[in-house]
Design a protein around this ligand. Structure first.
Ligand code: FPP
Length: 228
């Protein structure tokens, strides 16, 4: 595939952990655990394929409504992931950004996040955005409020500058695993012209081959951005 056909920024809605576990007679948290262990493989493969930025939807603003046990388990996995990233990937050239409202997270998780964000802020090879307590509508509202507070005018470009993904560019491709065909409040502003790719593969089964299928499909799309 030629370089120009590789998306610069890919967003992934990692859906299907619960169903994957249920189908194996396990509880949903087991699915998240296996789903979490799939993350590094896809991150590495995407970056090796020439993708510059990845945004992974790990926990939406609406996911708090899930049973407490499941929420706690997800938060635990996310904390482990951030800690592991700090140990292994700080010197890797990957900048890690947690996209979302940190105010609802526990202080110890926020501390870990800030530590890794700070340590990787000058890494310039790739950006990995973890969308955590993230909602696209909330992100737009926050951006507009911040612009007003800063006394700046609200324009298409100024809003973009106030989004979590400002340094990643708009996602060229948004992948959703798990068979549903919707955006579920993910990258609503940035995704205005994203190509959408839906696959039935559940997130724990979404491997390098499945990722390559999405890239292959993307390479065939004709992007017009509203023009003819
Ligand atoms: C959707 O599956 C998935 C989530 C709500 C969480 C995604 C989280 C992970 C993959 C693990 C942690 C992430 C990182 C970055 C370490 P679902 O529970 O809605 O599945 P279902 O649709 O089958 O019920």
């Amino acid at each position: 595939m030629s370089e120009s056909k590789i998306p610069h920024h890919v967003g992934i809605i990692m859906d299907g952990n619960g169903r994957w576990a249920t189908a194996r007679g396990k509880d949903r948290s087991y699915g998240h655990k296996i789903g979490s262990s799939n993350v590094d493989k896809i991150v590495e493969h995407a970056f090796n394929s020439g993708v510059y930025a990845l945004t992974l939807y790990a926990f939406s603003s609406e996911n708090w409504a899930r049973p407490k046990k499941e929420v706690d388990e997800l938060m635990k996995l996310l904390k482990l992931y951030i800690q592991k990233f700090y140990k292994k990937l700080v010197g890797s050239g990957i900048r890690l950004i947690v996209a979302g409202d940190k105010s609802a997270l526990t202080p110890d998780l926020v501390k870990e996040i800030e530590k890794v964000e700070q340590a990787t802020k000058n890494n310039a090879e790739h950006i990995l955005n973890i969308a955590l307590n993230y909602g696209g509508r909330q992100e737009i509202v926050n951006a507009v409020n911040k612009l007003i507070n800063d006394g700046k005018s609200v324009t298409v470009d100024s809003i973009t500058e106030y989004l979590y993904t400002k340094d990643s560019g708009d996602p060229d491709l948004i992948i959703r695993t798990g068979g549903e065909k919707r955006l579920s409040n993910f990258l609503l502003y940035q995704g205005a012209y994203s190509e959408l790719y839906f696959t039935d593969a559940l997130w724990p089964d979404f491997d390098e081959i499945e990722f390559d299928k999405a890239l292959e499909e993307f390479s065939k799309r004709k992007r017009r951005f509203g023009k003819i």
